[in-house]
Write a protein that binds this ligand. Structure first.
Ligand code: FE2
Length: 346
C-alpha cells in the first residue's frame, strides 16, 4: 500500500494520499489548494492516477484543493450528503463505501464539528477529519456544529472501533502525526468526561477566536463546483426538463456514469447504458464500447451522473476523442428528480 501523510504548515492540515500500488489508482483526503502542485508532482513521481478526492467536511481554515485537483486530473470529488458545497461529483452517507482499485473506505457520518463531518475507516486506520484530533476534538461553535452530536460521534462511533485502530486527523498544531483509539480514550483531555452534559459544558467554555481564514475559506469552499454553463452555451447540455422530454427518443443514447452503488441507492433512468465514469476514456477510444455504439446507431450520447459534474467532464473527454456532439444532463439525476422525472429503482 502507498500511504502518504502530507502537511500544510500554514493551516496545520494533514492530507492523505492512498493507493494500493504504484502505477494504479489513487485517492486523496482533505487536499489543500496551495499544495496542488506538490500533490500532482508526487502523483507523477509515484506513477499514480488520482481518481477520487474527498473532503471530510467543509473546511473553515483553508481553501480546499478539491476543485483544483478535479480540473487538473478529472478526478471525482466527494463530500457528505449534508455538505453545503455547491457541486461535488459524488455525495456519500453513513454506511456507504468509497472504492478505488484495490482499496475501500467505509463511510462513517460523525457530525458535531460541523453537520457535514465524516470519518473514513480503512482497515486498521481511521481518518477522523476534525471530529477527533490527537489529544483534542474539533471545535463545535460554528458551521452548525453541535457538541452533543460530537459526543455521540466520538463516544458511540469512533471510540467503539478496536483500540489499536490508528487515528489520522485532518489537523494537528503540535506536531503529532498519528494516535490510536485506545490512546485517545485514555489520554485525550476532552474525553475524560462522565456524561454528554459535561462534554457540552467543556466545549461551551473553550472561548476560541474564529479561524483566520474563515471568512475567505468557507465561502470559497462552498463554490468548488465545476462550471457547467460553458457546455450550455455550446449546446452540449440538456436541462432536466429538456432531458425528461427527450426520454425514450430513439436518436438519444443515455449513459449513466455513476457507480453501481449509486444506481442501486438512487435509481436510474429507463434505457440508460451503464458506463462508470472511470471507464469512459476506454469506452471513447476507437474500438471502445461507447464510441462503437454511437457510431453504429448514429445516436447522440447524453451522459448523466449524480449532479452533472462527472457528465460535464465526460462531454469534454468525448470531444477530445472526436465525438463533438455528446451532451449531458445539467445537474444530473438530482436535477432530473427535482423536475419530477421518472426513475427506475435499481
Ligand atoms: Fe474543520
Amino acid at each position: 500500500m502507498i500511504f502518504r501523510q502530507l502537511f500544510d504548515s500554514v493551516s496545520g492540515t494533514y492530507s492523505y494520499l492512498l493507493a494500493s500500488r504504484a502505477g494504479g489508482e489513487a485517492l486523496i483526503i482533505d487536499p489543500v489548494l496551495e499544495k496542488a502542485d506538490r500533490y500532482c508532482q508526487l502523483l507523477r513521481e509515484l506513477d499514480l492516477k488520482l481518481v477520487k478526492a474527498i473532503d471530510t467536511h467543509l473546511h473553515a481554515d483553508h481553501i480546499t484543493g478539491l476543485g483544483e485537483l478535479r480540473d487538473r486530473t478529472h478526478c471525482i470529488t466527494i463530500m457528505g450528503d449534508q455538505s453545503k458545497a455547491d457541486v461535488v461529483s459524488m455525495r456519500v452517507s453513513d454506511g456507504d463505501r468509497v472504492t478505488i482499485e484495490g482499496m475501500a473506505l467505509d463511510v462513517m457520518y460523525t457530525p458535531g464539528h460541523t453537520d457535514d463531518s465524516y470519518s473514513y475507516l480503512m482497515g486498521d486506520r481511521v481518518f477522523t477529519g476534525d471530529t477527533l484530533l490527537i489529544r483534542g476534538t474539533g471545535r463545535t461553535d460554528f458551521q452548525n456544529g453541535s457538541s452533543r452530536a460530537q459526543y455521540e460521534s466520538i463516544f458511540n462511533r469512533l471510540l467503539k472501533l478496536p483500540e489499536e485502530t490508528l487515528v489520522f486527523p485532518a489537523h494537528d498544531y503540535k506536531g503529532d502525526t498519528v494516535s490510536t483509539i485506545g490512546e485517545e480514550k485514555r489520554y485525550n483531555p476532552r474525553l475524560q468526561v462522565h456524561s454528554v452534559d459535561e462534554y457540552i459544558e467543556l466545549m461551551a467554555n473553550l472561548k476560541l477566536s474564529n479561524p483566520k481564514m474563515m471568512d475567505v475559506a468557507v465561502p470559497a469552499n462552498m463554490h468548488v463546483g465545476l462550471h457547467q454553463e460553458e457546455l450550455d452555451k455550446q449546446g452540449l447540455s440538456l436541462n432536466a426538463r429538456q432531458a425528461i422530454e427527450s426520454l425514450g427518443r430513439p436518436d438519444i443514447l443515455l449513459v449513466d456514469l455513476r457507480e453501481s452503488s449509486e444506481r442501486s441507492k438512487y435509481g436510474t433512468l429507463e434505457g440508460a447504458l451503464h458506463a462508470p465514469y472511470p471507464t469512459i476514456e476506454e469506452g471513447l477510444k476507437p474500438g471502445g464500447m461507447l464510441r462503437e455504439m454511437a457510431n453504429a446507431t448514429g445516436r447522440r450520447i447524453v451522459f448523466f451522473c449524480a449532479f452533472g459534474e462527472r457528465s460535464a467532464m465526460a462531454v469534454a473527454a468525448a470531444k477530445d476523442a472526436g465525438l463533438a456532439n455528446a451532451a449531458h444532463i445539467a445537474g444530473g439525476i438530482d436535477a432530473w428528480k427535482k423536475a419530477g422525472g421518472p426513475v427506475l429503482q435499481g
